[in-house]
Ligand binder design. Structure first.
Ligand code: HEC
Length: 108
């Protein structure tokens, strides 16, 4: 019976973890698209993982970032950095996606 329970647990959790992996991967791809195209972050920032070589803003590979700090910066902007949230250039969901992408890609 122990083995049966073990098998049931595997059968239940395995598809869930695969789904999570696929969802994470899709989110990262969407984040890359926003970074390079929708929001054109790449025009101003260098970030190797995205193939970005912009020179207007800081090199994102060399600064300390947290999800909160990136969401805050993208929402409110600073100086020439656009306020994507306040100016409704991106939706809050897109900001969360691109910020998650940046935090997980910067420095890699
Ligand atoms: C028009 C150019 C421009 C664009 C487009 C732009 N940024 Fe910026 N960004 C800047 C500049 C300039 C700064 C530095 C602001 C300052 O400190 O005065 C900055 C700062 C930042 C910082 C803070 C870095 C640090 O030093 O901690 C992050 C994170 C960031 N940008 C992410 C993004 C993301 C993500 C996007 C796209 C959604 C984006 N930026 C689009 C110009 C830009």
């Amino acid at each position: 019976m122990k083995i049966l329970r073990f098998l049931l647990i595997i059968l239940f959790y395995f598809p869930l973890s695969i789904q999570n992996l696929i969802a994470d991967e899709a989110k990262m791809l969407k984040g890359l698209e926003i970074f390079n195209e929708t929001a054109a972050c790449a025009g101003c920032h260098t970030m190797k993982a995205a193939g970005a070589e912009g020179n207007v803003g800081p090199n994102l590979d060399t600064v300390d970032l947290t999800l909160e700090s990136v969401v805050d910066m993208v929402t409110h902007g600073l100086g020439v950095m656009p306020a994507y949230g306040e100016d409704e250039i991106l939706t809050p969901e897109e900001i969360e996606i691109v910020s998650t992408y940046v935090v997980n890609s910067a420095g890699k």
